[in-house]
Design a protein around this ligand. Structure first.
Ligand code: TRP
Length: 455
């Protein structure tokens, strides 16, 4: 089997669309608003911003740099530096970088499936004339039904595999070139409408007025987890996208661009949701149901135009989800096809079948397997069902661990002359600051957070 050739993005802008597409996802539009609400608003946002810029940007730069320097998918990329005695460890890290995204995909696809269900449901009017309590019941029924859960999850997986199988140019690029502009237009329309008709000032105060008494170690942990997830760090997504960059593109600029766009969209999602939620006086701290239970009630109360906004909102979510799922599948598919194991389309189908199969158990975790606690005999995992275990391991433990190890790899194992050249900043203050962060601050900070999560 001949190894697939390594391709490149058509332009720096296409890379940005794809990388922002990876970063902007359910994490921004579904999770960020409700996590902010649950953690008391402004204080959480402040800590979140600090983590994005102190840990997030340096790590984005590091992961992009590894991919771009090596011009190879993650496992081969980490191998290719081959200078240190710890090389075995770095090989394992490479595999962790392609496996963690697949773990994330198992539960991400389930929620992506919900967004497809809701987008279509809004179009055909399933959410019109909602009676009291009906919205919560619709969401509950979805999770209670094994067949419905598996159906929508399978559709989400199918779309993802279909796009990734077509390759970088006709799969990934085409998708982000259409969906990302559409996503921005929809988001702006929703924010304008919500801000003009809803409680805009109250939302500003809620999102930006920090109540410092609310800052606790748990809040910092939640903010770090959310930031890593939202920036797609600690998984091969950014690394493999970086490997498709040509040498003339500035890595620091791209990293800052991705972090700013991602954070901006998370905040905009807050401004699309909170003004109308406050205006209609419905519960804003409803947790995961904020988007799937509360918003349909609000759209219903708006009357005729509500259905239009409902369709737009869930299309927005679905688009954001798909541009993220493709980045979660791409690392493994690129690895398998470029190391010559399978042709790309086959690699996509086999990998897709693998995580789809595990995804079934996740889809059933909210119904028939609800009370199965696979690692319940360990105190750390007590009370966690299958979905919770995979989510915790992939999105908390291994994402943080990967980020921590990659910072050590870039800061201590790769030759400084190599990083210096790749960053293209000269031996400047910015470069030195970045290097300091990657060598000391990021490993210590993330190590501390990791310790807290696990112990
Ligand atoms: N960042 C996306 C979101 O916020 C999800 C995502 C895409 C992701 N690729 C990732 C998360 C890699 C972790 C790792 O929804």
């Amino acid at each position: 089997m001949q190894a697939a050739k390594h391709e490149h993005w058509s332009s720096g802008f296409t890379f940005l669309l794809a990388a922002v597409g990876s970063a902007v996802g359910l994490g921004n539009i579904w999770r960020f608003p409700y996590v902010v609400a649950e953690n008391g608003g402004g204080a959480f946002v402040l800590i979140y911003l600090a983590i994005v810029f102190v840990f997030g940007v340096p790590l984005l730069m590091s992961e992009l740099m590894i991919g771009r320097t090596a011009q190879k998918p993650p496992v081969s990329a980490l191998k290719s530096f081959g200078e240190s005695k710890a090389q075995k460890l770095w090989n394992i890290l490479g595999w962790s970088y392609v496996l963690v995204p697949l773990g994330i995909l198992t539960f991400y696809s389930v929620v992506a499936g919900w967004t497809l269900d809701y987008a279509i449901g809004m179009m055909i009017g399933s959410f019109n004339d909602l009676q009291d309590g009906e919205s919560a019941k619709i969401f509950q029924d979805l999770q209670d039904s094994p067949a419905t859960q598996i159906f929508w999850m399978t559709l989400a997986v199918g779309i993802t595999v279909g796009i990734v199988a077509r390759g970088l140019k006709s799969g990934l690029e085409k998708t982000v070139e259409i969906l990302m502009p559409a996503l921005f237009v929809i988001l702006i329309v929703l924010v304008l409408y919500a801000s003009i008709t809803g409680e805009f000032l109250k939302s500003v105060a809620f999102l930006f007025e920090p109540d410092f008494s609310k800052i606790t170690p748990e809040l910092v942990l939640m903010a770090a987890g959310q930031a890593f997830f939202s920036l797609s760090l600690g998984s091969g997504a950014i690394m493999v996208y970086g490997s498709y960059l040509t040498k003339d593109i500035s890595i620091p600029k791209m990293a800052v661009g991705v972090a700013c766009a991602d954070t901006f969209v998370a905040l905009l999602a807050g401004f699309a949701i909170f003004p109308i939620v406050f205006a209609f006086g419905v519960d804003h701290a409803g947790g995961p149901g904020l988007v799937f239970v509360t918003l349909p009630i609000v759209f219903n109360d708006m009357g005729g135009i509500g259905q239009v906004f409902g369709v737009l909102f869930f299309l927005l979510l679905a688009f954001a989800a798909v541009t993220s799922t493709i980045s979660l599948l791409e690392p493994m598919v690129a690895q398998l096809s470029e190391q010559g194991s399978f042709k790309r389309a086959r690699a996509a189908i086999y990998t897709g079948a693998g995580f789809w199969f595990v995804g079934i158990f996740v889809a059933l975790s909210s119904n028939i397997l609800k009370d199965v606690h696979p690692l319940g005999f360990l105190p750390l995992f007590a009370g966690m069902n299958i979905e919770a275990v995979i989510n915790f391991l992939a999105a908390n433990v291994f994402m943080l661990l990967n980020g921590l190890l990659v910072a050590i790899f870039v800061g201590w194992s790769i030759r400084r002359s190599v990083t210096l050249e790749e960053m293209g900043l000269g031996d400047s203050m910015i470069f030195k600051t970045w290097f300091l962060l990657v060598r000391f601050i990021v490993p210590l900070g993330v190590g501390f957070i990791f310790y807290d999560v696990v112990f």
